[in-house]
Design a protein around this ligand. Structure first.
Ligand code: GLC
Ligand code: CA
Length: 533
């Protein structure tokens, strides 16, 4: 009898206990043969997600959009792009998700709209337009040219001159993504109305896009040069963006969005925040002025694949976390190299065990449960505007957005047409991995199931035990339940002095039931979860 016992009634919310699964809708499942994934396609695959055991689905944007940034340029906050389907398709997806006991989280992009959003069309029409001040317009610099030296995340100046009035508008990303002016109360009201539209429809929360960019320095001070900038680096790194992001006013906006969300039962707000850990944690807000429930913690994505590095990261994050706030970890997303490419395919299972045994809500990126790798995209097939604007520095995100391989039929069962991006890689598809008890997919499913039924893993405290050499050992404890996780980051067998207990799950799937007495042998890249006393 192990301590791997069922959880009694839990005081935690679903977004604390659960596992979030990110879907990039263009690449999940096509239903109409146009080569692009859509909402009816996702609905068709819900049984798979339920089988996998995830608790909540987060959809990258499906709003009407000219797709300059593949949906992160929103032309209407309260509609569905015909590429993805209709509002009716959305309602059906939501109902079917709920019927299976899962939650649905929408992406929401408050920082900017598409240049084709009616608000921006009006804003750019004339200086007198009532919506002029909904965006950030400035005169040219005294001698002409952009108002200051700010650069866009996606290359080139963050200012574009509009011929209609001769003024420049600000865009943290593409010129097709003008930034909203959050100093204007009408913008707050309009965005709140749009979010209420979805909350009323029953969505379970939002992932808020790039919230650290909501405000810029009103005095338009030039950014200082980046002291680490060297020849050969991408020109977008020439300055540090101190005046362009993470301004204190962001907290007021998030508090407003939180208040709005809290008026509905049991919803969650997640913030995308690419900042150092000590800044990320400020996005939880304060007790008086709460911010988002979960500011995404992306620091595993950039981590060095070394036991000591990861151990330090966990300890530092735990120590920075404000009292009473809930941690979270992200291993991959639609913007960064896939985990199996970043850390190596031989480490994919170990990374998955790490993610699903850490304290805090894990977010899993579609396809990472199969060990999908980045798919090289030939230059002529590149779609991502970031790569097109700043070529050759590895910014391209197409490789991590390729279609989900479901089976061995043409195009992996993703589409009957021509997929918008090629499928690739040698990893197995869903069907074959489902039938293989030693696959990463089956391990992922087992880890999710274990996490769900084991209170120590889903809700317990975290304690570092050791990170000697290439081995990372930690415990998770809830009441009398104690679990010890042992991860071997190296490519040789190591012996670790440790535990009295029983193995409940191992990355290779063949060690459950073993008694781990004192000296545990870990094979290369192997991880074990032990129930201990
Ligand atoms: C976020 C999204 C990214 C998008 C950018 C601009 O970082 O994750 O995909 O390009 O915001 O909206
Ligand atoms: Ca389609």
């Amino acid at each position: 009898m192990t301590r791997d016992t069922a959880i009694a009634a839990s005081p935690c919310a679903w977004w604390q206990r659960g596992v979030i699964y990110q879907i990039y809708p263009r690449s999940f499942q096509d239903s109409n043969g146009d080569g692009i994934g859509d909402l009816p396609g996702i609905t068709r695959r819900l049984d798979y997600l339920r089988w996998l055991g995830v608790d909540a689905l987060w959809l990258s944007p499906v709003y009407p959009s000219p797709m300059a940034d593949f949906g992160y340029d929103v032309a209407d906050y309260t509609g569905i792009d015909p590429i993805f389907g209709t509002l009716k398709d959305f309602d059906e997806l939501l109902a079917e998700t709920h019927r299976r006991g899962m939650k649905l989280i929408m992406d929401f992009v408050p920082n900017h709209t598409s240049e084709e959003h009616p608000w921006f069309r009006e804003s750019r029409a004339s200086r007198e337009n009532p919506r002029r001040d909904w965006y950030i317009w400035r005169d040219p610099a005294p001698g002409g040219g952009p108002p200051n030296n700010w650069l866009s995340e996606f290359g080139g100046p963050a200012w574009t001159q509009d011929p209609a009035t001769g003024q420049y508008y600000y865009h943290a990303y593409l010129p097709q993504q003008p930034d909203l002016n959050w100093r204007n109360p009408d913008v707050h009201a309009a965005v709140h109305t749009a979010m209420r539209f979805w909350l009323e429809r029953g969505v379970d929360g939002f992932r808020l896009d790039t919230v650290h960019h909501l405000f810029e320095d009103e005095g338009l001070h030039d950014n200082p040069p980046n002291p680490d900038f060297r020849d050969g680096m991408a020109p977008i790194l020439a300055y540090t963006r101190v005046h362009q992001m993470d301004l204190p006013q962001v907290q007021d906006v998030l508090a407003g969005l939180r208040q709005l969300t809290d008026a509905y039962d049991d919803r969650v707000l997640i913030g995308e925040v690419y900042l150092p850990l000590e800044r990320i944690v400020t996005y939880y807000g304060t007790d008086l002025q709460p911010g988002v429930h979960l500011p995404f913690n992306f620091h595993l994505i950039g981590a060095a694949w070394r036991a000591s590095f990861i151990a330090d990261l966990m300890v530092r994050y735990e120590s920075l976390l404000p009292p009473g706030r809930w941690p979270n970890w992200v291993l991959g997303n639609h913007d960064r190299s896939r985990v199996a490419s970043r850390f190596g395919a031989q480490n994919a299972a170990l990374a998955c065990m790490l993610l699903l045994t850490l304290r805090g809500t894990p977010t899993l990126y579609y396809g990472d449960e199969l060990g999908l790798t980045d798919v090289p995209i030939p230059p002529a097939a590149v779609q991502d505007p970031w790569e097109l604007r700043v070529p050759g520095f590895g910014y391209g995100r197409d490789p991590v957005r390729t279609p989900m391989p479901w089976d061995k039929t043409l195009h992996g069962g993703f589409t009957d047409g021509t997929p918008w991006l090629p499928l690739g890689g040698s990893h197995g598809d869903v069907e074959s991995q489902r039938n293989d008890a030693t696959s990463l997919l089956r391990l992922t499913r087992d880890l999710i199931a274990l996490r769900r039924r084991n209170a120590a893993l889903s809700e317990g405290s975290y304690g570092a035990i050791e990170s000697r050499g290439d081995v990372l050992v930690y415990e998770r404890v809830a009441g009398s339940a104690r679990v010890v996780v042992l991860l071997n980051f190296s490519s040789v067998t190591v012996h670790t002095p440790l535990v009295q207990g029983q193995v409940i799950l191992s990355t290779a799937g063949d060690r459950a039931g073993e008694h781990a007495a004192n000296l545990v042998a870990l094979r290369p890249h192997e991880g074990l979860i032990c129930a201990c006393t």
